[in-house]
Design a protein around this ligand. Sequence first.
Ligand SMILES: Cc1cc2nc3c(=O)[nH]c(=O)nc-3n(C[C@H](O)[C@H](O)[C@H](O)COP(=O)(O)O)c2cc1C
Length: 398
Amino acid sequence: MKATTKTNFAGITLLNPFILASAPPATNPEIIARSFEQGWGGAIIKTIQYTPRWIKRNVNPRIRAVKDNNQIIGFTNFEIGSPKSLEEWADGIAWLKKNYPEHAVFCSLLHTDVLIEEEWREITRMFDEAGADGFELNLSCSHGQAESGCGAVLGADAEKIKMVTSWVREETNKPVMPKLTALTVDVPGKGLAAKEAGADAIAAINTMSSLPGIDIKTFTPYNTVDGMSAFQGLSGKAIKPVALRCVAQLAGATGLPISATGGAYTWKDAVEFILAGAKSVQVCSAVMQYGYGIIEDFNRGLLKYMEEMGFETIDDFCGNALPNITRQIELSRDYKLYAGVASEKCIGCGRCITSCSDNGYGAMSLQNNKAVNNRNKCDGCGLCAQICPKSCIIMTHR
Ligand SMILES: Cc1cc2nc3c(=O)[nH]c(=O)nc-3n(C[C@H](O)[C@H](O)[C@H](O)COP(=O)(O)O)c2cc1C
């Protein structure tokens, strides 16, 4: 049988596991339609709120690139929810489902500064009727809304997760998917709370609260809005390790389908999320940087990987990394390594020597302009192999 990227996510058939995250790439139905034409499997609409009181008042500017060596490693933003009205979105979702019935469209719901049960219930009924395939609950926005007790503040409280999830659960038979935050110590516990309240799936993570930098002359942090700044949500490559950890924890603890979001830029990132237990992968920052066209590489790369690995479906390898994750205390203390140097590749730059000597061991030295390791001093930590610019240090069994 041939490999297929078509998959079932919490009862919804997806043409492929790649979904636009609730964010600028899903700002309105017209651009979502264009993303479907280009091959995206689904979209979570930009978060909507019952009362868009101050939501129409997004600030300028609100998105900033975080760079390392001039390469973008993430974005920070203090964008708030969609300025569109509920009615506009209900019409938009109905239009998308009529014209693109094979593509999944999720709602994304958030409450305003006051948590009102009837608002959650009413908005769920409204979008259920409009034809949304499922409901993502934004219990994870790390900025703006979190400052007024919504988003991540709710997602850090197991009782509130249960409460909100059960309200939505009671109003719809469609999949309910709380989007949880990494900004809490007990991530698995929050997943279990969602499951207990009837969640069909979990999305993780959202942006991480951050401050991207400070102008050292004016003392104003970036982004600067008329001379002032505020804390912002960090997304993109910079948060992928955190997202992978949370996805693995939530998949392991709950057994629910997980929709991963946080730093997926390539098909290979997506495969890693699937191996950590994700059944679908949401993308925002990579689309903000490169546009919808990246879906071609995501789809082609994933299919090729599956064919090469002999996997017919996403389920064949979903969670395959989980059995290889244990508690740190249970990792073997008998597994001993030393740093072996492939001298023919060594350029004698001395970086390994500085790192080793200034971090505790002094095991590396330079002889005839080549790095040499003293095995008696080497503690096998692996730092030198990581910082070597020529990859000529290989951790070797003792
Ligand atoms: C500018 C911007 C706006 C966002 N708005 C929302 C939002 O309205 N609702 C939401 O749940 N997440 C929002 N997010 C978070 C994304 O949906 C996504 O979870 C996060 O960016 C991590 O994925 P990424 O690394 O692919 O960007 C936003 C992210 C960015 C960068």
